[in-house]
Structures are given as C-alpha cells and as structure tokens.
Design a protein around this ligand. Structure first.
Ligand code: SF4
Length: 199
C-alpha cells in the first residue's frame, strides 16, 4: 500500500513520537497520574446556588449558599459551602470573619432550630409547634397590653404607650420586612425596640 505523507505531516508525526519517547523516559505518565491523584474534585461542581443575607449584623451582606441534593426530587439539600456574593451591592463578595464562618453557624449542632418552651416548674425545654409558639406569644402580648397600656399621661395628654414589653427584631431583613415590623411594633405602642445587631 502506498501512503502519501506530506512534509509537514511527517515532521509533526516525528515531533510527537520524539516527545512521547522523551517524556516516557522521564517517567512523565507516572508523575502525571500521581499529580492527578492529589487534585481535589471541584467542590462547587453540581451544586445549587441560593442567594441569601448574612444574619449577623445590620450591614446585611449578600451571600451565596451552595447545596447538593435536589429538593424537587425529594432529596435532602445539604449545604456544602457559603461565600460572599460578588454581585451584591453591599459587600461585593467580601465577608467579615463572622460572615466567612457562616457555614459553621448554620450547621452547628447546638443551633436552635425549633420553638422551645419551658413550662413553669420544669427544668428542661420542650419542642413545640410554630402554631403553638405563636399562639402563646400572641396571647401573652395581648393580655399584657390590655393590662398595662397607657392611653393618656397624668396630664390627660394622649401617649398610647405600652412600656411593659420590649421587642427585639432581626436586622438582616429586607427593607419591606423592617418597615412592616417597625409599623406593627410602634403601632402597638411598644417603646423598647432594638435589633440583634446591637446585642
Ligand atoms: S457579620 Fe460581617 S459578613 Fe455578616 S452582615 Fe455583618 S459585616 Fe457582613
């Protein structure tokens, strides 16, 4: 069989053959395999990105939460990584040490995940449903306000104060949530009002 090889093709074939021989002599394939064995898999591969807000302080930096597991398929989504959101106008991807350690906070064994109640005389907390917790809080607030609300001061001036209850809100909320929280709390007459960023 007559095989026609161009001058350029012949030079390329000779070059590849020569390089393979030289690398083989240097043990390159073994080194490459050893190197590949030490390369970690890309940790963000096949993860779901969810944008959120750092809950620690009122700077409210944007974060991206990476998770594995598809909730739509009934799988559990485990958080594998959290980092600053480079597109967020507040922090442009940066996080302070507290925000940078957010994953440990989210996955902490001691994190409070459910409403808990300690009954009078008991020495332990018990888990209760959100409905029960909210009903209980609403009942206590209503009873206390009915009992202690001050509509007028001693000079007959309308003041509408409820001074026996304080309200601690979350700082890392949207502007709309913060606005509504403020309106509800001040509308009820509560004076002591702060958020967790200053605790
Ligand atoms: S704690 Fe740090 S990362 Fe979190 S919102 Fe405040 S400044 Fe940003």
């Amino acid at each position: 069989m007559n095989i026609e090889v161009s001058r350029r093709g012949l030079l390329m074939a000779a070059g590849v053959g020569g390089a393979a021989t030289a690398l083989g002599a240097l043990g390159f394939s073994a080194a490459e395999a050893a190197e590949a064995a030490h390369v970690r898999a890309y940790k963000l591969a096949r993860t779901t990105e969810t944008r959120n807000t750092c809950p620690y302080c009122s700077v409210a930096c944007g974060v991206i939460i990476y998770s594995k597991g598809d909730l739509r398929k009934g799988e559990r989504a485990d958080i594998t990584h959290i980092e600053g959101d480079a597109d967020h106008p507040t922090n442009r991807g940066t996080l302070c040490p507290k925000g940078a350690a957010l994953k440990d906070f989210v996955l902490s064994e001691s994190r409070l995940r459910h409403p808990m109640i300690r009954k009078p005389g008991s020495d332990k907390f018990e888990r209760v449903s959100w409905d029960r917790a909210l009903d209980r809080v609403a009942r206590l607030m209503k009873d206390d306000r009915d009992k202690n609300f001050v509509a007028k001061n001693k000079n007959g001036v309308t003041v509408n104060r409820w001074t026996t209850v304080g309200f601690l809100a979350a700082s890392a909320t949207t502007s709309e949530t913060a606005y509504l929280t403020y309106k509800v709390v001040r509308g009820a007459g509560v004076l002591p009002f702060d958020n967790q960023a200053r605790v």
